[in-house]
Design a protein around this ligand. Structure first.
Ligand code: CMP
Length: 133
């Protein structure tokens, strides 16, 4: 079994989609093994998204992730990282396939409702970032 980090972002939290999106994960055979609701400071968001620090959208991205509460979860299943990315759909909701979370709920490339780890290495880093034992 593999673990990945998932975040339900402020745009989805603000529209009360938390339970609906959790149900999508459960229906797709993910176990939610850890979860917590947090409100990040901008410096936390900057650290979390450090891999994007040279990108032109970095500052807006960090402002956005720290703009309201988020739900962070550790999701577990076989092939969790790739399966979660498939279930989320393309980063830009306008390009996401029908039935994916971002197609269903995303508003824009910034307000795309969910984040998911993109590799084994980043999944471990991201899980440790939020859930240090
Ligand atoms: P996420 O999977 O959380 O990882 C980084 C985020 O940056 C991404 O989702 C998008 O919401 C956001 N973002 C904003 N602009 C872009 C862009 N041009 N390319 C990729 N990601 C972007």
């Amino acid at each position: 079994m593999e673990e990945t980090l998932s975040i339900i972002k402020p745009d989805a939290m603000e529209r009360n989609l938390e339970d609906e999106i959790k149900k999508v994960f459960i229906k797709n055979n993910f176990q939610i093994v850890k979860e917590k609701k947090v409100k990040l400071e901008k410096k936390d968001a900057e650290q979390f998204y450090k891999v994007h620090e040279t990108k032109p959208f970095y500052n807006d991205l960090c402002n956005y992730l720290s703009s309201g509460p988020v739900l962070v979860m550790v999701l577990k299943k076989d092939n969790a990282i790739a399966d979660n990315r498939k279930l989320m759909g393309s980063t830009n909701p306008k390009e996401a396939e029908a039935g994916t979370i971002r197609k269903e709920y995303g508003i824009s490339i910034d307000k795309n409702s969910v984040h998911g780890s993109d590799s084994i290495e980043n999944a471990q880093k991201e899980i440790n970032f939020f859930f240090k034992d």
